[in-house]
Ligand binder design. Structure first.
Ligand code: KG4
Ligand code: ZN
Length: 351
């Protein structure tokens, strides 16, 4: 059975056609980073407007690439939260209109369930139960997945999500948005041991915290810029410190690599602790930050040490996409969990 998935939860307009929850027939993502990058983050109003412009062409393109028409679809699955309310509204309204006018079942999908089930779109897919680390721009959470639809939250971030920390540090370094891929690239040529940024390993909890690390990087940047400016005689010690742009490229690369080392160390160590504590031999990694080169490597190495199996989707399925929404929607469809025309998006929605 073919399901059309739609996701407009954040700054990507996405539509995909997936067969039986596993096989991607088409997967189209229209990124908005060009309009948000100059603001250093997402501007919600601009995001909603771009979704309105893009939703129809993106859905049409997904159907065209799949060589199907709406009549071939068994259902439409749409992400109804969590996310930016104005953005979610576009996808939900569109999906409701299609389903109502063509008399097709509508399924509402939690964005986090989409990320959690995204490893099933890969040939190397896990069996239940598994430990799932979801790391994205809005979430950093550890779940135990017992079955489709049965998830237990073990812990989550108490402040910033890992992706949010990447995006904020990128802004401080003057790199742009989204920060994850930019820092990932810059860090490749830097020394991850150059600066010993703090790692918050909160004891005896599955929770995370990244705000201390963000503050440590900010403080480091302030004092480094100050030293450079003072030694160049450009300012006296009483005036405010300058921007990261004053730092040499080599120095920026080391900061990026050292920050990345701290984030990934914490994510991997906590996941290892959880896997041991829960005696679970299958680990999945998903969400935008799981596209990160170093995180993927460290997670694989850790799983090897534990003799656990690790499942990480290909990079194109780590960041937001609608194939994961169609995959999760398929299992809700099998349970006949349909949504009606009264479906409302929810900015805050737990899994
Ligand atoms: O899952 P996602 O596309 O959207 C949300 O649900 O939030 O995740 C986006 C986040 C952003 O914070 C972005 O900076 C981060 O994922 N990201 C990365 C990488 N690619 C995307 N973070 C680290 N390394 C990457 N290569
Ligand atoms: Zn996401």
């Amino acid at each position: 059975m073919l399901i059309l998935g739609i996701d407009t939860s954040c700054d990507d307009t996405a539509a995909a056609v997936v067969e039986d929850g596993r096989k991607i027939v088409s997967n189209v993502v229209s990124s908005q980073s060009d309009i948000h990058t100059k603001y250093g983050g997402i501007v919600p109003e601009l995001a909603s407007r771009r979704h309105i412009e893009m939703i129809l062409p993106v859905v049409e393109e997904a159907l065209r690439q799949a060589a199907v028409t709406i009549s071939d679809l068994g259902a439409v699955a749409v992400c109804h939260g969590p996310g930016l309310i104005g953005s979610l509204l576009v996808g939900c309204s569109f999906a409701k209109a299609v389903c109502y006018s063509r008399n097709i079942p509508l399924v509402a999908v939690n964005h986090l369930e989409g990320h959690l089930l995204s490893p099933f779109l890969d040939a190397h897919a896990p069996d239940f139960p598994f430990l799932s680390l979801i790391v994205s721009g809005g979430h950093t959470s550890l779940y135990i997945a017992e079955d489709y639809g049965t998830y237990t939250l073990l812990g989550k971030t108490r402040d910033d999500a890992a992706g949010e920390a990447y995006d904020k540090i990128s802004k401080l370094l003057g790199l742009g948005y989204p920060g994850g891929p930019l820092i990932d690239r810059l860090a490749q040529e830097g020394d991850p041991k150059a600066i010993a940024f703090p790692r918050a390993y909160l004891p005896e909890t599955y929770d995370f915290s990244f705000s201390g690390l963000k503050t440590a990087v900010r403080n480091y940047l302030m004092s480094a810029s100050q030293i450079i400016e003072e030694s160049a005689g450009k300012r006296d010690s009483g005036s405010p410190p300058g921007k990261a742009s004053k730092l040499a490229d080599e120095h920026l690369r080391d900061i990026a690599a050292s920050f990345q080392a701290a984030v990934t160390d914490v994510l991997v160590r906590k996941t290892k602790w959880a896997a041991k504590k829960k005696k679970i031999g299958r680990i999945t990694l998903s969400g935008g930050v799981s596209a990160n080169r170093v995180l993927r490597e460290k997670m694989k190495k850790m799983a090897e040490e534990l003799q656990a199996e690790v499942f990480i989707p290909p990079v194109s399925l780590c960041t937001d996409n609608a194939a994961m929404i169609a995959a999760a929607g398929f299992h809700r469809f099998l349970k006949r969990e349909f949504a009606g025309p009264d479906l409302n998006p929810r900015a805050y929605l737990s899994l």
